[in-house]
Design a binder for this molecule. Structure first.
Ligand code: SF4
Length: 259
């Protein structure tokens, strides 16, 4: 079996120069064929990536995602199971009232503020949207406690829309691999939406999160375990032989994707 070699920075620089002439896709260092291959391999590793936050309808998903900021998804699920059993619509949530909502979610960080937001967003859903969760990002971000990332998670998980909720892992990978470099999450989101092949767009954010969490880790990327090591153009890459392409055991992605 071939003996993989650790690459020196001189070799990395030489390789970067050698590949610099290849036709890049819009806003990316990678060709269309490279991008197809990267996401094809991710799709084989994880055919059906799933979200972790429990919910019973779009409304409870909005609430769960809003509660998940700076909290673990497991912790949110523990609290919302009982809450959603008694309040799974904006009206029932209002009837429950802020004080009792606080009681249900008091194990979650920042629960006082979050209880306020749950009441305020329930009110707004009733007054402005007929009690239904809106299906556009522009409308979703008008709800208290709902930012662009939350809106993207809701559009994807509740309504099956292809969105790119840029979390810490996606932001790092997009910049580290020079895949869709950007100074802000919004910039990265726009570039990824342009370069990810259409057929892979729906699951792309989960694949990138999982790749970042389990392989291309923040402190030290585990390049020798990476299935795209031969395609990756990161200056931080330390290995260029791809890991065997096999389906991995199921790993769950939550809306709180900072871990
Ligand atoms: S080769 Fe290394 S740097 Fe490139 S994507 Fe894989 S783990 Fe990350």
């Amino acid at each position: 079996m071939a003996n993989p070699k650790i690459k020196s920075s001189a070799q990395i620089a030489k390789k970067s120069n050698a590949t610099a002439g290849r036709k890049p896709a819009a806003k990316s260092l990678y060709s269309k064929a490279d991008l197809e291959e990267i996401f094809r391999r991710f799709s084989i590793q994880r055919p059906e990536p799933k979200g972790e936050l429990e919910h019973v309808n779009p409304f409870t998903l909005v609430v769960a995602v809003a509660l998940s900021a700076q909290a673990t998804d497991a912790g949110v699920n523990k609290a919302t199971r009982a809450l959603f059993a008694v309040a799974d619509t904006p009206q029932k949530m209002l009837d429950l009232g802020e004080e009792r909502i606080r009681e249900y979610i008091k194990t979650i960080g920042l629960y006082r503020n979050k209880a306020k937001n749950v009441v305020a967003l329930s009110e707004k859903l009733i007054t402005d949207f007929g009690g239904e969760v809106p299906r556009t990002r522009e409308e979703l971000v008008t709800l208290p406690g709902v930012g662009r990332k939350t809106a993207n998670v809701v559009l994807s998980m509740a309504f099956g829309q292809a969105t790119m909720a840029v979390d810490t892992h996606i932001f790092r990978i997009a910049n580290r691999l020079l895949l869709a470099p950007g100074k802000t999450p919004d910039e990265v989101e726009q570039r990824l939406m342009k370069i990810v092949p259409d057929e892979y767009l729906y699951h792309a954010h989960h694949w990138l999160i999982l790749h970042g969490r389990y392989c291309c880790k923040a402190r030290k990327p585990e390049c020798e375990r990476c299935v795209i090591a031969d395609i990756c153009r990161s200056p931080e890459k330390t290995w260029d032989i791809p890991a065997p392409l096999v389906e991995l055991p199921a790993q769950i992605v939550g809306a709180n994707t900072s871990s």
